[in-house]
Design a protein. Structure first.
Lengths: 332, 436
């Protein structure tokens, strides 16, 4: 039998709908709206974040995120081996520059994705607000980290799926604040910031609050020896209700050459720990920050993507003296 | 409906599976709180039927019949005003002790007095037909299908005056109509038979070896029944397409396999009856086999809901929900971690099995199997801190080494001790640490 008239069924409830209707009469679904489909089985009934047919956890919109503001860009990606993205990032334009925050949820805690989300958002908003209010960069960095820590600590005891009632929500924190001719970094945990100059040698700006980081800092082990130890990545400081010391490390630098500040989670630096390799992997980062963040994320995934990957790129250019600037940079 | 207890449902598991892993285990703990005190006015109606064995053997020794009568009288005294009740006497047929007609009457000072007086006139005679007793109870409850329905059944003998098939048929038709706690007095009754009755009727089973203990036991059972605030609760378990629900077991206060009691409840979901609830908490072990996923995928392997049927065919209520999850990882530290609760209750279920198999082998003269299984039971009871079972095992075997489960069968075992061990083999304890 040949089909005669155009017959439509509601994509949600499967009941027939008339051709010129905008909404399904039975279930109220707006007929021109896209229907979320389970990526596992194509099912269209999703409840509480899981497919009602095959049970697969549904993407929550954080699998791959790209952000761009004037003067900074970032990419956050689930990676290949984790079921969800527990990293978060936030960017904010400030009175005289830009701020970027990266946080990495601690997997063994409950709802780590909430911890990192609230910490990044709170930190970036605080940096913008405090700088607008005229607070100096280092105390703004400290206050912003403290507010982020409070916000994460306040998450404890919330509802949600507490299938493993263990540690309260917790995460790492690293912020970069570009202000005029200087950059101020603040961190708690093992997420990192790097300085990658256009020419010359780059540097890691942070020292990890981790077992390996402590061993290296104290001179007990070389970086290589420490990294081989099974405890290497156990972090020694974090934001969370169970954190004893949430005082951030803060440092300020005033580079005299152009380059980029790279802020990232361990999903990237586990594969690319050295500044030189990072700079080499994204040579045009200063002019194409978003493209550079994408490239580094892709490289981390190609290297295995074992963890969530978050990369924020902030181009930096000393403002004085303008005549001293190199000019080979392509036009923006 | 008001006055329902507050229910919580928590899931304990290690959701991480290795690559290719398919078996997901979880312990679901259901807890009800906020139940009005036993003496308080209740919105829930309740009905109680007390069934005592009045077969001829109850006269040997004579104390059995008199203790059963006193116990039934105590149970009558423990009924709240307004609870619909009846007392039934069981032999080769079932008879009304009180009231005279086949109906329930509301408890009040006068009816309680009349019932106790009627009990005084009971005389033992005739055989045992448990199916017939349950059949009468079922007819009595028929007009009271709302609210709490509870029966106590006491017997001292085997079900001799009807076939096992007849009993099975009655059990099939009664299941779900009321909850029945069963007690065996003396040592001439059949543990497996009474266990089957109790399991089907979602009740408990126990031995009261000495008639003198009947009064306290009947009082405790009646008071527990009066403490129930809501009846006919079900555990609804949804599993994904292509998954297989391997089992649903109650694991506290005793091991009860509920797998066969499934009633389909919509696409990919089934209801498992968990009876009436007062202020209490119970644990359930759920095992699901899921299709293998890829590293990094997370699956809802089971969606567990606590469901209360609507009163008078009304809307059902979902009282609490929880997720059993599966996530595939290549991190061995995560996938090999054993959830302590899952491990503990797996051990408790094995303990019950080992005892029942060991005693069956002992009965059939298979000394090697009996020694091995009961030895295993000793080891498991010791490891899990199940002191009650360890104490009962001590009366059946001589323990040489608890830790390895090295035992010898005792030559002379008291029948009551053997039956106590058999009857109570499925009683579990919670983990010593953090198991509340």
């Amino acid at each position: 039998m040949a089909a005669t008239t155009e017959e439509r069924a509601c994509p949600i409830c499967d009941l027939p709908v008339y051709p010129d209707e905008d909404y399904c009469e039975a279930c109220g679904h707006r007929l021109d709206a896209p229907v979320p489909r389970c990526p596992g089985c194509g099912g269209s009934t999703i409840s509480d974040g899981y497919c009602e047919q095959c049970g697969l956890r549904q993407p929550d919109g954080t699998d791959h995120i790209e952000l761009e503001v004037t003067g900074a860009a970032g990419v956050s990606d689930r990676g290949l081996r984790h079921s969800r993205n527990e990293d978060a990032m936030a960017l904010a334009v400030t009175a005289d520059g830009v701020a970027g925050v990266v946080c990495d949820g601690v997997s063994s805690s409950t709802r780590p994705e909430d911890a990192s989300r609230v910490a990044a958002d709170t930190g970036a908003a605080a940096l913008a607000e405090l700088r607008a209010a005229g607070q100096d960069a280092e105390s703004a960095t400290r206050t912003a980290a403290a507010r982020a820590a409070e916000a994460v600590a306040a998450l404890v005891g919330g509802d949600g799926d507490d299938t493993q009632p263990t540690e309260p929500p917790s995460c790492t924190y690293v912020s970069a604040l570009v202000h005029g001719d200087a950059v101020t970094i603040g961190w708690i945990g093992d997420s990192r910031a790097y300085w990658l100059p256009e020419s010359g040698e780059g540097a890691q700006l942070t020292e990890d609050d981790s077992w390996a980081g402590q061993m290296v800092a104290s001179g007990a082990l070389t970086e290589e020896e420490a990294e081989r130890h099974p405890n290497a990545h156990v972090i020694t400081a974090w934001l969370g209700a169970d954190a004893t010391d949430a005082e951030p490390h803060v440092r300020t630098l005033t580079p005299d050459t152009p380059g980029v500040i790279l802020v990232c989670s361990d999903g990237l630096w586990n594969y690319y720990p050295e500044p030189a390799r990072l700079a080499e992997a994204a040579p045009a980062a200063a002019s194409e920050p978003l493209e550079a963040a994408r490239t580094l994320t892709r490289l981390a995934n190609e290297a295995g993507g074992r963890d969530n990957i978050t990369v924020v790129v902030i181009p930096f250019r000393p403002q004085t003296p303008p005549s001293a600037q190199p000019t080979q940079e392509p036009a923006r | 409906m008001t006055g329902n207890p507050d229910f919580t449902l928590t899931v304990d598991q290690n959701k991480y599976l290795p690559e290719g892993g398919q078996e997901v285990h979880a312990i679901v703990t259901v807890e009800a709180s906020g139940v009005p005190a036993a003496g308080a006015v209740r919105s829930t109606s309740a009905a109680e039927v007390i069934i005592i064995d009045t077969s001829g053997s109850m006269d040997y020794p004579r104390t059995k019949m008199s203790a059963a009568i006193r116990a039934a009288q105590t149970a009558v005294d423990s009924l709240r005003d307004g609870v619909a009740f009846a007392v039934v006497s069981g032999s080769a047929r079932a008879r009304m002790v009180y009231p005279a007609g086949e109906q329930l009457v509301p408890a009040n000072p006068q009816t309680r007095q009349e019932a106790k007086a009627a009990l005084e006139r009971v005389r033992p005679a005739g055989g045992t037909a448990i199916g017939a007793w349950l059949g009468l109870a079922d007819r009595l409850f028929a007009a009271h299908q709302e609210g709490i329905r509870h029966a106590i059944l006491l017997t001292d003998g085997k079900n001799q005056h009807e076939s096992p098939e007849q009993l099975d048929a009655v059990l099939q038709s009664c299941a779900g109509h009321f909850v029945c706690d069963c007690r065996g007095v003396g040592t001439d009754w059949e543990v497996a038979e009474l266990r089957k009755v109790a399991s089907t009727m979602l009740g408990s089973v126990d031995i009261v070896a000495s008639p003198n203990d009947l009064v306290a036991d009947f009082r405790a059972m009646t008071e527990a029944a009066m403490g129930k605030a809501v009846a006919d609760v079900a555990l609804r378990v949804w599993t994904p397409q292509a998954a297989r629900l391997r089992f649903v077991k109650q694991v506290t206060p005793s091991v009860e396999d509920l797998t066969g009691k499934r009633v389909e409840a919509g696409p990919r979901a089934g209801d498992y009856p968990i009876g009436a609830w007062g202020a209490e908490s119970r644990d359930y072990h759920i095992c699901v086999e899921v299709p293998p996923g890829t590293i990094g995928q997370e699956l809802r392997a089971a969606w567990v809901k606590l469901v209360l049927p609507g009163a008078g065919g009304g809307q059902e209520q979902v009282l609490a929900t929880g997720n059993v999850l599966a996530e595939w990882t290549d991190d061995e530290a995560q996938s090999t971690r054993i959830n302590p609760k899952v491990a503990h209750f797996t051990g408790q279920a094995e303990l019950a099995e080992a005892i029942q198999e060991g005693l069956a082998a002992r009965k059939s003269g298979d000394v090697d199997t009996a020694t091995a299984r009961l030895g295993r039971a000793v080891k498991l009871a010791h490891e899990s801190g199940n002191e009650a079972i360890a104490g009962l095992l001590d009366k059946v075997v001589d323990v040489e080494d608890q830790a390895t489960g090295t035992v010898r069968l005792k030559k002379n075992v008291d029948k009551a001790d053997e039956m106590s061990l058999d009857t109570r083999s499925s009683k579990t304890v919670r983990t010593r640490k953090g198991g509340a």
